[in-house]
Design a protein around this ligand. Structure first.
Ligand code: AMP
Length: 421
């Protein structure tokens, strides 16, 4: 009987080298930029008490329909995180760090039971930042700018920043009433799905991508026209901060984002290099009420999450940020049985020279074929005569300087100089 072969589950994927090296390089670039801006790294658990997420998004698909939740062996309700803001704010409330604003960055996998398609997976990766403890609009500018500069550093040029303000408790209730009244008046023209959303959260009706809802949404009252003086001033300060940095933005009055907790500044980064449906490469906003709703003191906060998988698709489309080279500096060909290559590769690696080698005592021809495939600029060849005399041959694999016999003791110095180190 044939043994069943397993495959990665639908919506998940194995990321092999060199694409995996590319993801790691992306995260390293992000980490560097966060470090430059004074953000500390937070590593929180991949699973949390289900309540953490229920508290933050009871009317959203991400929480109600797409969450991987389960009962563990102790009968607790657990969820694999669908996003990291809730976890980070939970951690903030739990540890109550003394120095505010508290600035944290993160990276890692998220889980959402969505319908898989290009750029939409059930396990995907995000990088992000959160700042808690200040509602200074300059924080909003710093956060948005960090995202923008990050895309720039990857060489992405086709990113659009969409910006909106969702108001706060000083103006949102009045706006909600106006919006709800309007949508109820026009309910007959909405889709069944939009009418259902209206019952749960009128604001999210604006998020509908269905054609039939478009006409109603087009005439809906907008939050940006109903901002209180204070919220409008905050929003203006965010905009002028972005202008001072030369970061272009588009006001997008219907941008409501996928989670309930957003207040005031909200934003999304869209790539015009990607198909419309899957073109969001990141997004975020203020969540001034979130810490409190997770049992903490009232603490303003803002952050963003950027989709790593999707950023790399956009980089492909823009032909930028290629995978870093995984070609070893040196390939060692040992024709004496392979034992000497053990010692030589170890010496090279200890000296910071990357080295791969042939195995299985194969012929010169077979090992040279592997060396060629590896693409290393230099090969070290160990033959019986060389070994007996304490020598090795260094061969220029790209053919310019041929090959040289050198003393084995000089190998590290010789290769370092040839590699320009
Ligand atoms: P969100 O918090 O839903 O706005 O997610 C932030 C970013 O994560 C999005 O802009 C996407 O780039 C990315 N993202 C969200 N969901 C998925 C998914 N299912 N697969 C891949 N990337 C995703």
């Amino acid at each position: 009987m044939a043994t069943a072969k397993f495959q990665a589950l639908r919506g998940t994927r194995d990321i092999l080298s060199p694409e995996s090296e590319r993801q790691r390089a992306l995260v390293n670039t992000f980490a560097e930029q966060c470090h430059l801006a004074g953000y500390g790294h937070i590593m929180s658990p991949i699973f949390e008490d289900l309540g953490v997420f229920l508290r933050v998004g009871e009317s959203t698909d991400v929480v109600t329909k797409e969450m991987y939740d389960f009962e563990d062996k102790d009968g607790r309700r657990i969820a694999l995180r669908p996003e990291l803001t809730a976890s980070v704010v939970r951690a903030f409330v739990q540890h109550n760090p003394p120095n505010l604003p508290w600035k944290a960055w993160y990276e890692g996998p998220q889980f959402r039971h969505e319908r898989p398609q290009a750029g939409r997976y059930r396990q995907f990766s995000q990088v992000g930042i959160e700042v808690l403890g200040s509602d200074d609009p300059h924080v909003d500018v710093e956060v948005i700018a960090l995202g923008w500069r990050f895309y720039e550093s990857l060489g992405m040029q086709q990113v659009t920043l969409l910006l909106n303000s969702l108001g706060d408790e000083s103006c949102r209730p009045q706006y909600f009433t106006a919006l709800e009244t309007y949508l109820r008046d026009r309910a007959a023209d909405l889709t069944e799905a939009a009418r259902e959303t209206l019952e749960k959260n009128p604001l999210r009706v604006l998020d509908s991508k269905r054609e039939q809802d478009a006409a109603v949404i087009a005439e809906a009252p907008l939050m940006v026209d109903h901002l209180s003086a204070e919220t409008a001033e905050h929003f203006a300060a965010v905009r002028s901060g972005l202008e001072a940095l030369g970061i272009p933005y588009e006001i997008s009055p219907k941008l409501v984002r996928g989670l309930d907790y957003y207040t005031r500044t909200t934003f999304e980064f869209a790539s015009t290099a990607l198909e419309n449906a899957q073109n969001a490469v990141g997004g975020g906003g203020r969540y001034d009420g979130l810490a409190e709703s997770l049992g903490g003191k009232p603490t303003p906060g803002i952050g963003f999450a950027l989709g790593v998988d999707r950023i790399l698709l956009a980089c492909d489309a823009e032909d930028t940020f290629p995978a870093p080279s995984t070609v070893p500096d040196v390939f060692v060909v040992d024709l004496t049985g392979g034992g000497e290559a053990v010692v030589v590769t170890d010496r090279l690696r200890q000296a910071g020279i990357s080295a791969d080698r042939g195995f299985d005592g194969r012929s010169m021809k077979a090992q040279m074929k592997v060396a060629n495939r590896a693409g290393s600029p230099w090969a070290v060849i160990i033959g019986e005569n060389e070994l007996a005399e304490g020598n090795v041959t260094v061969r220029d694999m790209h053919g310019e300087t041929g090959q040289t016999l050198i003393s084995s003791a000089d190998l590290v110095t010789e290769l370092s100089s040839r590699l320009g180190r």
